[in-house]
Design a protein around this ligand. Structure first.
Ligand code: FAD
Length: 364
């Protein structure tokens, strides 16, 4: 075909927290953008998946956005009000970061497929065919929403939405909404939607509420558990899903309003609602699935060896290295799927991949 071809040493796919951190460390070790490495992203502007988060997700309702290496997030927030939208503040920070660190991101470039030919990787995108000796994949999870399969799903005449589709609670006024899930997004959206309309909250298990603020130790243990899984080639669980939910003022208020009343999972979806195994039915206009995301790795399928358990056998210092194809690193995957984890993973992956490929530079 007549696509432009571009040859480099390392391609970083994705410019969210994980990709930008990797790019920073590749540069720091003396690799130049262009001949040394390139970073590309399918989104139209800086911000990783943060640019798509719903408007009511503010800096006071996210857990915490960790700094990228070498630049403070706090100092780039233009107002000291608490209600700053994450979808504005984080993209603004990443944009300034790219400029300050002189990290030129090729965008919008969507990687469609990666394949191998004679020991080189070919990274085929909508615009250019890149070739490289190594890959740092940082494509996150936003592109891969997960909705479990329930009988009857196709017959439902209302709307089925995923967290990813949520914009504002006002869209649901006058509708009955079934909210599925027990993670942080499920609870936050249940809170907002239940203020404007009637809701039914459904989850397999109750969330683990924890009194007091976010606990570093619990976070640490959760990450260790996910790391142990990927080092065995198992599918990672979401780091956020295992850290528990701090009991906030909003949760206390939801308890008082009586909306935090969990029903077990239904067994089927009907034309106009859902039905439990005991025959009870609930009519609904909307089913909102807050059932999480999976890693967006489809483009790597031809070059990423999968284990029988469905996961990828990971190794290296922070479990970013694909053991059976060490020229590929996955950052923001498994234990590094948080802003702090992504940051550290970027550093480890940059160093290890350069070692694996035998790239020697004069470090800056
Ligand atoms: P992303 O930010 O998703 O970046 C991936 C990038 O890859 C995107 O820019 C995308 O355009 C690009 N991309 C994807 N596929 C392709 C392709 N095929 N070709 C080219 N480009 C591609 N973490 C925290 O630490 N604190 C929090 O408070 C927090 N809150 C969260 C709230 C929500 C609602 C969600 C969903 C997640 C939250 N997280 C939080 C997790 C956190 O957002 C991520 O783990 C973290 O930002 C790491 O990002 P990343 O770089 O791996 O991915």
């Amino acid at each position: 075909n007549n696509k432009i071809r571009y040859k480099t040493k390392i391609v970083v796919i994705g410019a969210g927290q994980a990709g930008l951190s990797a790019a920073y460390h590749l540069k720091k070790q003396g690799l130049e953008i262009g001949p040394g490495f390139i970073i590309l992203d399918e989104a139209p502007q800086a911000g990783g998946a943060w640019q798509y988060r719903w408007p009511s997700l503010t800096l006071s309702t996210v857990n915490r956005i960790h700094d990228l290496p070498g630049m403070s997030f706090e100092k780039t927030i233009e107002t000291h009000e608490k209600e700053v939208q994450a979808s504005v503040a984080v993209p603004h920070y990443y944009d300034l970061y790219e400029k300050q660190m002189d990290i030129r991101v090729y965008r919008p470039v969507k990687v469609e497929q990666v394949y191998r030919h004679e020991e080189r990787f070919y990274i085929d995108s909508n615009r250019t065919l890149f070739s490289a000796s190594g890959i740092i994949n940082a494509t996150g999870t936003w592109e891969n929403p997960y909705i479990p399969d329930y009988p009857g799903a196709k017959d439902f005449e209302g709307e089925q939405l995923h967290t990813k589709d949520f914009k504002t609670a006002d869209d649901f006024k006058g509708k009955h909404v079934i909210i599925v899930g027990a993670g942080i997004s499920a609870i936050q959206l249940l809170d907002q939607i239940s203020r404007v309309t009637t809701t039914t909250w459904v989850a397999r298990r109750p969330p683990e509420f924890r009194e007091g603020p976010f606990d570093d130790m619990a976070g640490h243990n959760a990450v260790a558990m996910v790391e142990e899984r990927v080092r065995k080639g198992l599918i990672p669980l979401s780091v956020v899903s295992v850290t528990g939910l701090p009991v906030s003022a909003e949760i206390i208020d939801m308890r008082r309003r009586g909306v935090l009343q969990r029903f077990p999972m239904f067994s089927e979806i009907t034309g106009n609602g859902v039905k439990w195994a005991d025959g009870t039915e609930q009519q609904a206009d909307v089913i909102l699935w807050n059932t999480g995301f999976k890693s967006a790795l489809d483009h790597l399928r031809p070059v990423l060896p999968r284990e029988e358990a469905g996961g990828i056998l990971m190794g290296g210092r922070l479990a970013t290295m694909v053991i059976k194809e060490p020229r590929i690193h996955l950052v923001g995957y498994g234990p590094s799927a948080s802003t702090i984890g992504a940051n550290r993973a970027g550093a480890a992956a940059a160093r290890e991949l350069m070692n694996t490929l035998g790239i020697v530079t004069r470090s800056k």
